[in-house]
Ligand binder design. Structure first.
Ligand code: UGA
Length: 444
């Protein structure tokens, strides 16, 4: 089948490479000529395990091409996937200007039947707007071409994007048109081999499903963070509590890891956007508002522990913190809404020096944080930043932090103190190794 994919971010590029891998012919369109140039040379501008090989293979075998010209991308395509960004506005609403722009351009350039597929996460009702905008542009051209607008939200996770796309838990297709649903079923057949995985529903339900999924997952995280905060006050250990509740199949073990709060380009934005949508419809989403507030508070729990610890020594001013992990989670260079950034801002504002190490997110973090005399970033050596530091804080769960050389750490740090925002270590092991240890939701 012939596809045009507009937008080459995580969702667009991964979808394009995976569709091409299954033998489809895919043309990717992006407004950024630099990105298009890089991709043509097989260089991927985002860090995502396995993606570059997939892009290179499919580009060299001629199934995957890149252009800045939407008309060229549309030429032979039956499907047009809209995978452009939908950033948050200051008031929490979703900025749909890129989606609207693509809809207008499709209406201005299409010459035959197209199935326009919304894959970006967009508020309920967006597909109807896209339909209206394309119709308006066609009318302006005096044309009466047939087209369909489908909602097909994407559920992939950064860091596991390729495998999530290749083996989805489900594929949601929102359309009222049976023929269009059949065409999408055929396109996804190699991924969703079992028919049960394809869930066809109305357009608005599909749009809502994406928000419901992310809000449910964000709720699980805020819930366990709240439990963790109570655990440490009553002398319980949230690690045991998680095992105890996760064994109930109705609860499950996943997404109940307590930590430094959820970050990334999705959960914070999507929770806020659904709150906004609910309010626009005169409904107060009390639970979601709490999920959001609990998360904001959670991002400051680890810096709070650090400040409390150093309070007896005259405060954090002039002290140096070594920090492991800047990305919002492991296996990505993405620092959007990363808890590490909130933490660095809070601690440097209080006068603390921060020396941070991340295996891949150093450059993106520097760009997000700007120049700051109190911040040093190292992307090469996780141990070098420990030398003479007053304490270590672990913020991202990169595998290389899981089993570190505790002896070496103890020698390098000025004092053996570890603040563990991901509960990577065991309090008993840390005590045996002579460290003062502070986790999340664990017995002090
Ligand atoms: C999330 C969803 O998991 C995907 O299904 C969805 O497609 C995507 O958003 C999206 O809407 O595009 P992602 O943001 O890549 O994916 O990352 P997650 O692995 O879900 O992690 C999100 C945040 O929650 C991270 O900061 C992570 O550290 C945190 N988290 C996750 C926890 O604190 N505890 C957990 O138990 C799980």
């Amino acid at each position: 089948m012939n596809l045009c994919i507009v937008g080459t971010g995580y969702v667009g590029l991964v979808s394009a490479a995976c569709f091409a891998e299954m033998g489809n012919t895919v043309c990717c369109v992006d407004v950024n000529p630099k990105v298009v140039d890089m991709l043509r040379q097989g260089k991927v501008h985002i860090y995502e395990p396995g993606l570059e090989q997939l892009v290179q293979r499919n580009t060299s075998e001629g199934r995957l091409t890149f252009t800045t010209d939407l008309a060229e991308g549309l030429e032979n395509a039956l499907f047009v996937f809209v995978c452009v960004g939908t950033p948050s506005r200051a008031d929490g609403s979703c900025d749909l200007s890129y989606v609207h722009q693509v809809a207008r351009q499709v209406g201005q350039t299409m010459k035959d039947y197209k199935i326009v597929v919304d894959k970006s996460t967009v508020p309920v009702g967006t597909a109807d707007q896209v339909k209206a905008l394309i119709g308006e542009e066609l009318a302006r051209r005096g044309l009466d071409l047939e087209f369909d607008v489908v909602s097909n939200p994407e559920f992939l996770k950064e860091g596991d994007a390729v495998s999530d796309f290749m083996k989805p838990d489900r594929v949601v297709v929102g359309t009222e048109n049976v023929r269009t649903a059949k065409l999408l079923e055929a396109l996804y057949a190699p991924f969703a081999r079992s028919r049960d995985k394809l869930v066809v529903m109305g357009v608005r339900s599909a749009e809502m499903t994406k928000y419901a999924a992310n809000c449910m997952l964000a709720t699980k995280i805020s819930f366990i963070n709240e439990i963790a905060n109570i655990c440490e006050r009553v002398g319980a250990d949230v690690r045991d509590v998680r095992m105890g509740i996760g064994s109930d199949s109705r609860i499950g073990y996943h997404f109940i890891y307590p930590g430094v709060g959820y970050g990334g380009s999705c959960f914070p934005k999507d929770v806020k956007a659904l709150i906004r949508t609910a309010r626009e419809h005169d409904f107060t989403p009390q639970l979601l508002e709490s999920v959001d507030e609990v998360n904001d508070r959670q991002k400051l729990v680890l810096p709070g522990k650090i400040r409390a610890y150093f309070a007896e020594q005259g405060g954090v001013e002039g002290k140096t913190l070594a920090l492991w992990g800047l990305a919002f989670k492991a296996s990505t260079d993405d620092v959007r809404e990363a808890p590490a950034l909130a933490m660095i801002r809070a601690l440097t504002a209080a006068g603390m020096r921060v020396r941070a190490f991340d295996p891949v997110a150093g450059a993106t973090a520097r760009q997000a944080l700007g120049e700051n005399d109190l911040l040093e970033i190292n992307g090469k050596d996780q141990y070098a930043i420990l030398e003479g530091a007053d304490a270590l804080a672990v913020v991202t769960e990169w595998n290389q932090f899981r089993n570190p050389d505790f002896g070496r750490m103890k020698k390098l740090l000025k004092a053996p103190i570890v603040f563990d925002g991901r509960n990577l270590y065991q309090p008993e092991t840390m005590a045996a190794n002579g460290f003062a240890y502070f986790g999340i939701g664990r017995k002090p």
